[in-house]
Design a protein. Structure first.
Length: 296
């Protein structure tokens, strides 16, 4: 069973709050915003009422682009590729589920993936349509993802992330940095880059902070422990690349690899290794560790 639209029975809608843009209508803006989706596919969705407002009313393709308008669209992928790697459930209780995500598996629908996502797989395995990820990992990053299992206690756990009361530890394989003194702190300002899905460091007040330690420092490839104090998009990947040690297998930093990465390509050597926090309901100290390991 997958989370579904109560009217159509399809996979639950994705939500988008329309960003600033000079497009004249929804069709033009969505085609520009999602260049990988064919224009004809968007036209077909509009024709079948598969693009709606927050109240569930079907929107027309020529509806004006209104900044801030929330739209719901139902993603459909023809010949969706199968991700040949399996997730694991490490812990589940009345309020939380902890999953170990393999490389290449998206957490939620994105790009060409709808059913082949961690969320859809876990809903199918547990039969719980109320599962919601409390944070995200990039598709190419492996490791721990924490899910809320029920709406009533969800906000208590979401506050852990909003208030930075959860300790996240990553491991990465990257080139040696023999000239650096460790541990070191990387503080910088991250802003949207070019293309729009990349991030870039820019002058200004830092909004991204990472502590970096060396676990194994021999040979050309070192194993690092990364502690993100903030949770900016691609923060760890940008910070390591900026230090001159891009994470092994990274197809975005320091330069965009237009060849992309499929499931047969080398995995990004980045692992969400551990999560630690004080349970907001019980006060219990909780710590979870990934059972996955990086290669060299």
């Amino acid at each position: 069973m997958h989370p579904s639209d109560p009217i159509t029975g399809h996979v639950a809608a994705s939500r988008l709050q329309l960003p600033p843009g000079d497009w004249t209508c929804l069709l033009e803006g969505l085609c520009a915003r999602f260049p990988r989706i064919d224009r004809g596919q968007w036209q077909d969705r509009f024709a079948r009422g598969r693009v709606r407002d927050a109240q569930g009313r079907a929107l027309a393709a020529d509806h004006p682009w209104q900044v801030g308008l929330e739209i719901h669209y139902f993603r459909e992928v023809v010949d969706e590729p199968v991700i040949p790697f399996q997730e694991a459930i490490l812990h589940v209780d009345a309020h939380l589920l902890v999953a170990d995500k393999p490389h290449f598996l998206p957490v939620t629908p994105a790009g060409g993936y709808v059913q082949q996502t961690l969320l859809a797989r876990l809903v199918a395995r547990t039969g719980n349509p109320d599962l919601v990820p409390l944070h995200r990992l990039d598709r190419l990053t492996a490791g721990l993802v924490l899910f809320s299992t029920r709406p009533g206690t969800r906000d208590a756990y979401q506050r852990l992330f909003r208030e930075r009361r959860i300790v996240k530890t990553y491991e990465a394989i990257a080139p040696a940095l023999p000239g650096q003194a460790f541990p070191l702190e990387r503080h910088s300002r991250l802003v949207p880059g070019e293309p729009f899905f990349r991030m870039a460091e820019a002058p200004g007040e830092p909004n991204a902070r990472t502590r970096i330690e060396v676990i194994e420092g021999e040979g050309p490839w070192w194993r690092y422990r990364l502690h993100p104090e903030t949770g900016r998009k691609h923060q760890l990947r940008v910070h390591m690349a900026a230090l001159g040690a891009p994470i092994r297998g990274d197809d975005l930093y320091p330069e965009l690899n237009t060849a992309g990465q499929g499931a047969a390509a080398p995995a990004l050597q980045l692992l969400a290794h551990a999560l630690a926090f004080e349970d907001p309901l019980t006060g219990e100290s909780r710590r979870f560790r990934s059972q996955l390991a990086l290669g060299r």
